[in-house]
Unconditional design. Structure first.
Length: 471
């Protein structure tokens, strides 16, 4: 009778590491995906406390019976905190999918603080009739900027040092495409491909999947499509070992606020609650669109007049033009814009606009960069052809070709097209089928998750997109 050699017991260090490392990765995962609202509250709190701390170090703070001044400075702290929180949101400091660098954090934080200081000084002069001391502003700016930068830098550094391990389960084509997309997002994760293909070598069998997940210390397995009964059984056994399991579509919606276009099926549209179709949301959205468009036309009239004069001086012909686009439920409508190109820009037929397009006028470059060319669309919103937030309307010639090349392209027309949208602030200017497919990821996510809260988020982020010249 043969006996096997006794296996060595795991050392204390190995045991501690097996317990501590997964916990560190879970904490790191939380740091990497802190919700925007949490950052919003944090920014407000540190800014308000920094202003109060700065005031406490001023001579006025020791005037015990000067209650009106103390109340005014309490209001100043709230104004400063609100301004920092809003400006930080505008410039993307609350975005959980953006790669963080110290230089970028310092720049964005300084801009947020400077805008907040200007807002505070202006409001204090107009409503409180008092000046804000330079020493107080300086101390508040230093304290706020330091808190904004250091906390985010620490969270991002910790998340980068202990990245979560995510397994991509599927065929070779899915694994390659998913890996390319997730790596491009710059989120601090470690990807582990799990290719299920009997024709290839060095692949993982379903029977050994739980052991492989434990060996690679996976935190989550992302699977492809509708799994077979064998794959489902293997994934259930992975759940028993403490590994999270999620579909690729759900993973993108949860962590990247977009959808996997190539993974969608009819059941996705039928099983999900399309919030954009709720009657109460449609009524409130229409009411807000009427108010915004009327106000926008009123406030932008002087700028539009200057733009019209500049266009007429550079190029003969009309300053405005209209173009057929596809709107709600695939119905065509006429969109209005300020002309930013030459009159003969499309003598050869409809074509994509691209970066450094030589058809664009000199004044047109300014109009397109600041989105002033889109201002006449406030009239489309007032008429009801468009909404303020929604997928950008495309031309019929492009819609037909895109619908043939991209699956489920037409469902983006389940709601009205918008002057700005979720895709516009997440994807650069699109001029190809691949760009349209990338934008569709975000358009369909907006169609599914549309709400007044989401619309407000898009409005605020649009300001930052305009400032950086995004289209």
């Amino acid at each position: 009778m043969s006996t096997s050699a006794p296996q060595a017991a795991p050392s204390r260090v190995q045991t501690v590491n097996s317990l501590v490392v997964p916990r560190l990765r879970r904490i790191a995962g939380l740091f990497a995906t802190i919700p925007p609202f949490t950052w919003l509250v944090y920014d407000f709190a540190v800014a308000a406390l920094s202003m109060s701390w700065a005031y406490s170090h001023s001579p006025q703070a020791w005037e015990a019976f000067n209650l009106p001044r103390h109340l005014a400075w309490g209001s100043a702290s709230l104004i400063f905190g609100t301004s920092v929180a809003i400006t930080s949101h505008v410039f993307g400091l609350h975005d959980r999918t953006v790669r963080r660098t110290v230089t970028g954090l310092i720049t964005q934080s300084l801009i947020a603080v400077l805008v907040a200081i200007v807002s505070l000084v202006t409001i204090s002069a107009i409503f409180f009739y008092q000046d804000v001391g330079r020493n107080i502003l300086g101390l508040a700016a230093i304290g706020t900027t330091s808190a904004l930068v250091l906390c985010r830098a620490f969270a991002w550094h910790f998340a980068t040092r202990h990245p979560e391990c995510i397994g991509l389960l599927g065929d070779r084509d899915f694994v390659n495409k998913a890996q390319a997309f997730l790596e491009a997002t710059k989120r601090p994760i470690r990807l582990c491909p799990i290719v299920l293909d009997e024709k290839e070598t060095h692949v993982v069998s379903l029977s050994s999947l739980p052991d492989w997940a434990a060996l690679m210390q996976m935190d989550e397995i992302v699977f492809h499509g509708d799994p077979t009964p064998e794959i489902r059984d293997a994934l259930l056994r992975c759940l028993d070992t403490g590994v999270r399991v999620i579909s690729y579509t759900a993973h993108l919606e949860k962590n990247h606020e977009c959808v996997a276009v190539n993974e969608l099926s009819e059941s996705w549209f039928l099983s999900n609650d399309i919030r954009a179709l709720h009657p109460h949301y449609m009524i409130l959205k229409r009411a807000s669109d009427i108010f915004i468009s009327a106000l926008g036309l009123l406030l932008s009239s002087p700028l539009m007049l200057l733009a019209v004069i500049a266009i007429k001086l550079e190029s003969p012909g009309p300053a405005f033009y209209k173009q057929t686009r596809i709107g709600l439920r695939n119905r065509p409508f006429s969109i209005y814009k300020l002309r930013s190109m030459r009159l003969d820009a499309e003598k050869g037929g409809a074509q994509w606009a691209c970066k450094n397009d030589n058809r664009i006028l000199r004044v047109g470059k300014i109009l397109r960069k600041t989105r002033m060319d889109e201002v006449p669309q406030f009239w489309n919103i007032l008429k009801g052809d468009m909404a303020f937030i929604g997928p950008r309307p495309e031309r019929p010639e492009f819609v037909d070709s895109l619908a043939e090349a991209i699956p489920y392209y037409r469902p983006r027309h389940l709601l009205k097209p918008g002057l700005t949208g979720w895709a516009q602030i997440n994807v650069d200017y699109g001029a190809s089928v691949d760009d349209a497919r990338e934008k569709l990821r975000y358009d369909l996510f907006y169609v599914k998750e549309a709400s007044l809260k989401f619309d407000l988020h898009v409005c605020i982020r649009t300001i930052g997109a305009i400032m950086r010249g995004a289209r």
